[in-house]
Design a protein around this ligand. Structure first.
Ligand SMILES: [Zn+2]
Length: 117
């Protein structure tokens, strides 16, 4: 098993950075970035083992979005049970005609998780 991947960004080899320049004399090229595996210790499920940067990741997603969502299609929405709590509390608004803070009863909405064993 090799310890590197080539960046999967479809336009990686066209980005004009010095890190991509290879070759000598008049035979220089811009080459796809070689990525050392596990360079970020599994951060974000190892996604950065396949892409050198955000642009390459999103170029890949844009080009292959139809195939990507076909792997795990979502045909129905998912739902998470919650409890919604409304709470009244005293707040202030600024009255510009009186040039002072004026109290009023405001409403705050809290979304709480529900334990569903
Ligand atoms: Zn790249």
């Amino acid at each position: 098993m090799s310890d590197y991947n080539w960046c999967h960004g479809p336009e990686c080899h066209t980005q004009q950075t010095q890190s991509r320049v290879r070759g000598s004399g008049e035979n220089k090229v811009l080459r796809t970035i070689k990525i050392k595996q596990d360079r970020y210790n599994g951060y974000q499920n190892g996604i950065w083992n396949y892409f050198c940067n955000n642009r390459c990741l999103f170029d890949f997603i844009r080009e292959h979005i139809t195939s990507i969502v076909a792997i795990a299609p979502r045909r129905e929405p998912l739902e998470t049970p919650i409890k919604v709590e409304k709470e009244k509390y005293e707040s202030y608004r600024y009255d510009y005609t009186k040039e002072q803070r004026v109290p009023y009863m405001a409403t705050r909405t809290r979304i709480n998780s529900v334990d569903n064993d």
